[in-house]
Design a protein around this ligand. Structure first.
Ligand code: AMP
Ligand code: MG
Length: 482
């Protein structure tokens, strides 16, 4: 009674409308977040809350809810079950080992969104993990996901960050614990399908498919069109990442969404100097998730989804044939999306395959000359572009060809300005922001959030944030000890 009285007087109001909790109980374990010692609200994303129809509460109430200490009215907390290929090896049981889905909201825009706490304590899926997250990765995900959204790339978002007042132990020792409240179109992953497929539980698999189609692909009329639709969205997502120099770092099938959103920001980073083989993640020794390999790995991930769906088809041989064709079509889909995006970034409204050599030539000169990916593209058409190259003459030769090609394009300058960001969440700035936050200073985080919310605008006061890292600032590897 005490609890319900408290809930009804809570200033924060989240209009829950839950559907995942009505799936077969094989899909999750119902459980509440594990309370923490001394929750303290760090940041709350008021504009996002307003978009979701969430009424902001007092800081004290929000600290309670976004730490998991208080389950808000209407929530139906659960940990989702999923499986996944991690670095190519299959784990039949992963699942939310440190997350609770509080429930969903149906936003005023008509879209349904998950509200999930990440770092909210152990669950039956925790394996050897502690169920917690530390402040650094929580703030990294907060800032990088919000920046990704501002770039116009589908992504989960950050609604709140809370400090727990409890230490979390990682390779480097005791660190401040934190919880992120994450908003996503859903948290259904390729690995969610794999979970049931691995168990040959076709009843749950079919229920999951029907649920997912209704939620994300209402036009799909069965597994085949569903698969093609997921492939199309993921092709566009990966091309978008590559058009801004983003490396996800852990593209395991459990981190690949069915909705086509970017999710699970771990050891992710943006390229500074353009290096197609760049790897940031300290645990990716083989370079499986290197920048340029993302376009291959996603095809492999989609093949895993296809493998699951075969189980639901009456004629398996025919399904294998159709699905193989759909998966084999993906590299061309990615390539054409990428051409279109890279074309616009060099001023071409509708790039054709004939423009590929021009795009590739620029990239190869950038790679040879350690040119900064973001700053080179942003500076095209000004005399600053050549300054990005170790040997500026390498750029001059390309510029002659480029000018000849875009001579006939109208609006090239505006097109480039609106597709080449001036500001990305540079890894060294994220690291510096984390160090400040650990020391109690959140001003760098606020500044990054403010500037990265308008990445395509010139912001002369923040020109220092366009600067690539100095040699001593370069982050060598981003650890997965999240
Ligand atoms: P990730 O690498 O963050 O995508 O996580 C892979 C799997 O490990 C998921 O099942 C996570 O829930 C689980 N996991 C990661 N970190 C922890 C942790 N600290 N405690 C429990 N489970 C974790
Ligand atoms: Mg994950």
């Amino acid at each position: 009674m005490c609890l319900s009285t408290y809930v009804s007087t809570m200033s924060l109001h989240i209009p829950f409308d839950n559907t995942y909790a009505r799936l077969p109980s094989t899909a999750y374990t119902r459980l509440n977040p594990m309370p923490v010692k001394a929750p303290e609200l760090i940041r709350f994303n008021a504009p996002l809350a307003a978009d979701l129809g969430i009424t902001e509460g007092t800081n004290a109430d929000m600290a309670l809810v976004f730490s998991g200490n208080q389950v808000p009215g209407g929530a139906d907390p659960l940990a989702q079950a999923y499986a996944g290929h991690q670095f190519g090896g299959f784990s039949p049981q992963l699942g939310d080992g440190r997350a609770n889905l509080l429930g969903e909201v149906l936003a005023p825009d008509g879209q349904r969104y998950d509200i999930q706490l990440k770092g909210s304590g152990p669950t039956p899926y925790s394996r050897r993990g502690d169920g917690r997250a530390w402040l650094g990765p929580v703030l990294r995900e907060y800032v990088v996901s919000e920046a990704m959204h501002a770039l116009g790339i589908p992504t989960s978002r950050a609604l709140a960050a809370v400090k727990t007042g409890e230490p979390v132990y990682r390779e480097t020792g005791a660190l401040p614990g934190a919880v992120l409240t994450r908003v996503a179109a859903s948290h259904i992953r390729v690995g969610t399908f794999q979970y049931f497929a691995a168990r040959r539980d076709t009843t749950s698999l079919q229920a999951l498919l029907e649920y997912t189609i209704a939620r994300h692909y209402p036009d799909a009329d069965g597994p085949t069109s569903f698969l093609k639709a997921v492939i199309a969205r993921q092709a566009k997502l990966i091309a978008s990442w590559m058009s801004v120099g983003f490396i996800h770092g852990v593209m395991n099938t459990d981190n690949t969404t069915i909705s086509g959103e970017t999710i699970d920001y771990g050891p992710c980073a943006y390229l500074d100097a353009y290096q197609p083989g760049k790897v940031f993640s300290s645990i990716d020794a083989q370079g499986r998730y290197a920048f340029d390999n993302q376009r291959n790995v996603i095809v492999w991930n989609m093949a895993q989804l296809a493998t699951c769906l075969v189980l639901l088809m009456p004629d398996a041989d025919k399904a294998v044939e159709d699905f193989t064709a759909a998966v084999h079509a993906m590299p061309d889909l990615i390539q054409s999306q990428w051409h279109a995006m890279m074309g616009r970034k060099i001023g071409i409204e509708t790039a054709t395959p004939e423009d590929e050599p021009l795009i590739l030539d620029l990239l190869s000169r950038m790679a040879d000359n350690r040119a900064d990916f973001t700053n080179t593209l942003r500076a095209l058409g000004t005399d600053k572009a050549r300054d990005q190259f170790l040997d500026p003459k390498a750029f001059d030769a390309w510029e002659v060809d480029w000018k000849a090609r875009i001579g006939s394009e109208t609006g090239a300058e505006a097109r480039m300005h609106s597709t080449n960001p001036a500001f990305i969440a540079r890894n060294h700035q994220i690291e510096q922001m984390i160090q400040s936050a650990v020391a109690g200073d959140y001003a760098p985080m606020d500044r990054l959030l403010r500037v990265l919310a308008r990445p395509f605008e010139d912001q002369p006061d923040s020109a220092d944030l366009m600067r690539p890292p100095s040699p001593s600032e370069v982050v060598q590897a981003t650890f997965c000890g999240t």
